[in-house]
Design a protein around this ligand. Structure first.
Ligand code: ADP
Length: 468
């Protein structure tokens, strides 16, 4: 049990570690692909801008700058004439609103980029936005700040004394957007820093497509590892179950062999006693007992030897054509007398006089095992219904009892070698766990099969099928 739990825990821990590593690697790969994507599109954008500049000598915002400059000049004028702080603030707000609107409307980068991307055969579905980082008005020597983007200000200090407008592509920003253009413009009326950003709506699916091979490989490797673990674990459990069965078998066998052996020992001692020896009737009785127990002992040993022999060689049947109904009647009759009317046995056959090729000795053993189990595993007056019919060149014989029944889990194993059901008191019903194994082997040797259906507490039905 300890071993089982340890194996299970170790297995689960290994799988969790593996999953964590895979997740970390996948996230890393994703991040790398994301960066590559941004880099690629930044390079495309740079190329696009360079080609635009070569063609038209503009970065696409010249009209916007002219409009902003004119508006800024009038805003400066209004501010000098304004009487209160709130009036100044309103003028500043209007100027910022105007600037933002013009930048977002009066630029023609987006269609140009889209065209350029299309020509390059790459994704052209992007959203764009213009972000103002700094906007200020200029009145002679006096500078009037209107808006400072805090994020920008903390990263890139504003240099108010810069006089020449300049354009540059800034470093990568840690946002999902790609920075295409960051520019600074300044004239006598205003100073403006802004950035043009694009954001691909299909970026995730593009990256997913690119990483599909890696992702499926990693998923496949996880599945293989989990599958291997399950197989190994199941094998281990099966081995453990077999080893438990063997131990049980040895215990049961010792128990089974000991009973006749101790009877023989006691009988031997009895024969040593003078008063018994003088009583001829008693001697005969004891000798018969010894003989009976020896036969039983012999049967047990033969059964074990025979089964171990089957493991090595295919056992040979001595088949004969027999009237199936006739042999069934014979078997049931001799079982009834043999067990001293121990059960109510009912028979119902519709074989239509079919003859079947089978080994009568092995077949009798098979039926006897089923019948004696039906009597043995019963906690009330045993009632056994034996039915038979022929269909599709196969005879079906079922033995139904009103015994203790077999649980669903045990039903899967009852035909296994040494298996004894765990439910109920196992020592109450003596056995070696070989009877049904024998039944299955014999049925299979005849090209047939045996199945069980059962309800615990209600009874069991064993059905043997033999083709003819
Ligand atoms: P054994 O009887 O020696 O234990 P078997 O191979 O004949 O071995 O049966 C295997 C197990 O199947 C038994 O231990 C018993 O628990 C269960 N079994 C077999 N036949 C019946 C039956 N008719 N009713 C209930 N349980 C049965």
């Amino acid at each position: 049990m300890v071993r089982k739990n340890t194996v299970l825990t170790l297995g689960i821990i290994s799988i969790v570690i593996l999953l964590t590593i895979q997740v970390i690697i996948t996230l890393g790969v994703w991040k790398q692909k994301d960066e590559m994507f941004n880099l690629r599109y930044r390079l495309y954008s740079q190329d696009a801008l360079a080609s635009m500049s070569r063609k038209w000598g503009t970065d696409g915002f010249d009209t916007a700058r002219l409009l902003i400059s004119a508006y800024s000049a009038s805003a400066v004028k209004q501010i000098t004439e304004a009487k209160s702080d709130s009036a100044i603030q309103r003028i500043k707000d209007d100027a910022l609103f105007f600037t933002e609107k013009v930048l977002n409307k009066e630029q023609d980068l987006s269609p140009y980029l889209s065209d350029y991307f299309g020509r390059q055969g790459v994704d052209r579905n992007f959203n764009y936005k213009v972000v103002i980082n700094f906007y200020g008005l200029i009145n002679g020597d006096k500078r009037i700040p209107v808006y400072v983007n805090e994020e920008f200000a903390s990263r890139r200090p504003v240099r108010p004394d810069t006089t020449q407008p300049r354009t540059r592509i800034a470093k990568r920003r840690p946002s999902p957007e790609i920075l295409v253009l960051a520019t600074r413009s300044e004239d006598n009326n205003y100073r403006l820093d802004f950035a043009f950003l694009i954001d691909f709506s299909d970026k995730k699916s593009v990256i997913l497509k690119e990483s599909a091979a890696y992702l499926s490989l990693s998923l496949f490797s996880i599945l293989v590892v989990v599958l291997l673990f399950i197989i190994t674990y199941r094998n281990l459990m099966e081995e453990k179950r077999l080893s438990n069965l063997k131990t049980d078998f040895i215990n049961n066998m010792t128990h089974e062999l000991k009973t006749p052996l101790s009877t023989i020992t006691v009988a031997g001692r009895t024969l040593e006693m003078a008063q018994i020896r003088s009583n001829e009737e008693k001697v005969l009785e004891t000798a018969k007992l010894i003989g009976k127990q020896s036969v039983h002992l012999n049967q047990l040993i033969n059964m074990i030897l025979e089964i171990s022999m089957w493991e090595r060689t295919q056992f040979e049947l001595d088949k004969k054509k027999v009237q199936i109904e006739e042999i069934m009647n014979d078997i049931v009759t001799s079982f009834r007398t043999g067990c001293g009317n121990c059960a109510t046995l009912r028979e119902k056959y519709s074989f239509n006089g079919e003859s079947v090729d089978l080994d009568p000795v092995y077949f009798t053993t098979l039926m006897n095992n089923l019948l004696s189990n039906a009597v043995k595993y019963s906690d009330r007056e045993p009632e056994i219904n034996i039915e038979g019919f022929a269909q599709d060149n196969t005879v079906f014989i079922s033995v139904a009892d009103n015994g203790i029944g077999i649980s669903k889990n045990d039903q899967k194993h009852v035909f296994d070698k040494f298996y004894r059901a765990s439910t109920g008191n196992i020592h109450k019903y003596k056995g070696l766990g070989l009877g049904l194994y024998y039944v299955r082997k014999i049925a299979e040797a005849h090209g047939g099969d045996v199945t069980v259906s059962s309800k615990p507490g209600k009874g069991s039905i064993f059905t043997v099928s033999i083709p003819y």
